[in-house]
Design a protein around this ligand. Structure first.
Ligand code: CP
Ligand code: NVA
Length: 311
């Protein structure tokens, strides 16, 4: 079966469900689609298709890149805030999935619980894409892998160090890196390390590469090609901000920490970032930061994903 046939109609709930070859195919497609846009070529394989985008949390990148992306592919995007649809008033996810399947060609959802995304996918007859949950952010990691590939060439054999909270980004990076043969080291304080079952799951995909969890940022960053950080308090944890600032005080990505990585190391962040907290201004706005190219690649990677799943 070709990748095209293999991916058509699938969901993306976590990258754990995709093989290394399928991820590599999506990254190649993303590059092709990016080049078309850079060359001004009109490419509209999703003419007449509609993507519904359910948001229970805020978003700049995910919302705009999906909405612009489906439009550029010839289709239409519908922004569905959970405050405005009946989900917010208690209509079951399963009913919502069945109803929306009659109108749409794909659903992207950003919410809290991964279980809700699984329920949506189980009851929908159209592809469901996870646009971030408390546990995973697979679309971000597709764009991140595309960015790393553009900057470093081959993925296999590289080392990525993630410094900070063992959150949705840490989880999805562990899975994506393990699948693609990138060594990944997560440095997080005790009590904030990635979920053990997700770490074990990521390790099960490692094919010659390493998944390391440590509380020592210097150990993680040693010889890294990519240094990654994310906010200390994710969406839904705003009330823990002060507590987390204390817990993560020694987990800031700054010039000193960066000096332990390879000279050519790049800095990545899914954004939004808090300058002066998880990363200093010198680093995020410095010459080794690729955060805005990374953000742009959300558009290209997700267009590839929509073409593959909804085409
Ligand atoms: N990185 C990311 O998903 O950003 P938004 O929260 O703005 O969508
Ligand atoms: N960990 C962050 C990622 C935002 C894109 C959050 O969940 O808020």
């Amino acid at each position: 079966m070709s990748f095209k046939e293999q991916l058509k109609g699938r969901d993306l709930l976590t990258l754990a469900d995709y093989s290394k070859a399928e991820i590599a195919y999506l990254l190649e497609l993303a590059t092709k689609i990016k080049n078309k846009r850079k060359n001004g070529e009109v490419y509209q394989p999703l003419k007449g298709k509609t993507l519904g985008m359910i948001f229970e949390k805020s978003s700049t990148r995910t919302r705009v890149s999906f909405e612009a992306g489906i439009y550029q592919l010839g289709g239409t995007g519908l922004f569905l805030s959970s405050n405005d649809i009946q989900i917010g008033r208690g209509e079951p996810i399963s009913d919502t999935a069945k109803v929306l399947s009659g109108y749409l060609d794909g659903i992207m959802i950003r919410t809290f619980s991964q279980k809700d995304v699984e329920d949506l996918a189980e009851n929908a007859s159209i592809p469901v894409i996870n646009g971030l949950t408390d546990d995973y952010h697979p679309c971000q990691v597709l764009a991140d892998l595309q960015t790393i590939k553009e900057k470093k060439g081959e993925l296999a054999g590289l080392k990525l160090a993630y410094i900070g909270d063992g959150n949705n980004m840490a989880h999805s990076l562990m899975i994506g890196c393990a699948k693609m043969g990138i060594d990944v080291a997560i440095a997080a304080p005790n009590g904030y390390q990635p979920k053990a079952e997700i770490t074990e799951h990521a390790k099960s995909f490692a094919d010659g590469s390493e998944v390391l969890i440590t509380d020592d940022p210097i150990e993680a960053v040693k010889d890294a090609d990519v240094i990654y950080s994310d906010v200390w308090a994710s969406m839904g944890q705003e009330q823990e901000q002060k507590l987390r600032e204390k817990a993560f005080a020694t987990y800031q990505v700054n010039t000193e920490l960066f000096s332990h990585a390879h000279d050519e190391a790049i800095f990545m962040h899914c954004l939004p970032a808090h300058r002066g907290e998880e990363v200093t201004t010198e680093i995020i706005d410095g010459p080794q930061s690729v955060v805005f190219e990374e953000a742009e690649n959300r558009l290209h990677a997700q267009k590839a994903l929509m073409v593959a799943l909804m085409g």
